[in-house]
Structure formats: structure tokens, C-alpha cells
Write a protein that binds this ligand. Structure first.
Ligand code: AR6
Length: 181
């Protein structure tokens, strides 16, 4: 699924984010940048030790929840990995929405600051961190749409969803937000 926003495009793909041929891929990291399972595990496994070596050296204090930092992509096809730290879902009254939007916005800013014209993001916070998919999809997509409308650059923002359930939730949210079937 594809939706133009000015001269930019938002795309939804189902698949494994580590295989994406884009300039930057976003990792679903934790605030210690310590590695883990899910997207994080797959990125470090396929990207190799260069990624962790760089984040340890550059960001010894980790990255706050709601923000992101950037590193090499090691052996992955992308040029950069952007390590975004989404919130753990704890019912919706702990600023989860703002923190998720912040992590996504900072990721998109870092991509632009590093000259990337294409970036792929996973469904941040929707795995181990248990953010409800439908709500996360609306937050993620409205943040990306808002960013692209403001920045107005020709860019590709691709959400890469691992399974049909996540793809369906993002597709429904994109239709709802853009008023398009
Ligand atoms: N490509 C695309 N999406 C994937 C992939 C993949 N290879 N693998 C899983 N997903 P998660 P979080 C989906 O748990 O919730 C880690 O331990 C998955 O189905 O990766 O932000 C970190 O170290 C789900 O929809 O990230 C942190 O401690 C989505 O990606 C913590 O988990 C996000 O799931 C972060 O948790």
C-alpha cells in the first residue's frame, strides 16, 4: 500500500525489516541500547558486531525513551540503523502516545539530518513492549504524515510489518487518516 504526501510517499510492506534496501532502517531498541529480541535481535544478528561497538562507544548512557540515536548498519543493506526507543505500554496514561510519537519523529529527523531519502520503520513498541497495534498504527502514521507535510521533501517512509495482523492494522489506520480506500 502506498500513499503520497506532497512529494513524499508513505508505504506499507509486510516482511523482515533487516532485508530492506533503504538508506536507513529503524530498530526497536531499549533505552540501554543493550540488544534484545524481536527487531533488535534480528538487526544485531544480521548486521554484525560493528553496530553494538559503535553504539557502546558513542552512546554509553543509552538513549531516553521517546527518542532515537543513529549508527552504522554493519553488514545490512542499509547505510544506517536508527535506534528508536518506544515506550512500554502500561495502560495509556503514562505518556505512551507522546513517547511513541517522539521516538518516530526523532528517527525521521535523524534520517533527514544524515541525508537519507528512504527510511524503513517497524511497528515500534508493538512486540515485547505490548502497545496495542491499532493505537500504535494511528500514532506512528499520523506522526509520519505530519512530519512529511511539514518538511515537504521528496522522501520514502516505509513501515515494514512482520505479519498480516500488523499489516492490516496499519492499512486500516492509513485509510482512516487519509480518507482513502
Ligand atoms: N522485521 C520487522 N518486524 C519485526 C521483526 C523483523 N525482523 N521482528 C519482529 N518484528 P519488538 P518493541 C515486529 O518486540 O515492542 C527487544 O528485546 C514484531 O512482530 O521487536 O518495541 C528490544 O531490545 C512487532 O510487531 O519491539 C527491547 O527491549 C514489532 O516488530 C524491546 O524488545 C516490534 O516488536 C522492544 O520492544
Amino acid at each position: 500500500m502506498r500513499h503520497p504526501i506532497g512529494s513524499a510517499v508513505i508505504e506499507l510492506h509486510q516482511g523482515d525489516i533487516t532485508a530492506e534496501q533503504v538508506e536507513a532502517i529503524v530498530n526497536a531498541a531499549n533505552s540501554r541500547l543493550a540488544g534484545g529480541g524481536g527487531v533488535d535481535g534480528a538487526i544485531h544478528r544480521r548486521g554484525g558486531p560493528a553496530i553494538m561497538a559503535e553504539t557502546n562507544a558513542k552512546y554509553p548512557d543509552g538513549c531516553p525513551t521517546g527518542s532515537a540515536v543513529i549508527s552504522t548498519a554493519g553488514n545490512l543493506p542499509a547505510k544506517y540503523v536508527i535506534h528508536a526507543v518506544g515506550p512500554v505500554w502500561s495502560g495509556g496514561n503514562r505518556n505512551e502516545r507522546e513517547l511513541l510519537a517522539g521516538a518516530i519523529r526523532r528517527s525521521l529527523e535523524l534520517a533527514v539530518e544524515h541525508g537519507c531519502r528512504s527510511v524503513a520503520l517497524p511497528a515500534l513498541s508493538c512486540g515485547a513492549y505490548r502497545y496495542p497495534l491499532d493505537q500504535a498504527a494511528r500514532v506512528a502514521l499520523s506522526t509520519a504524515i505530519g512530519f512529511l507535510r511539514e518538511k515537504g521533501q521528496s522522501e520514502l517512509v516505509r513501515f515494514v510489518l512482520f505479519d498480516a495482523g500488523a499489516y492490516g492494522a496499519f492499512a486500516a489506520a492509513l485509510e482512516e487518516l487519509t480518507g482513502k480506500k
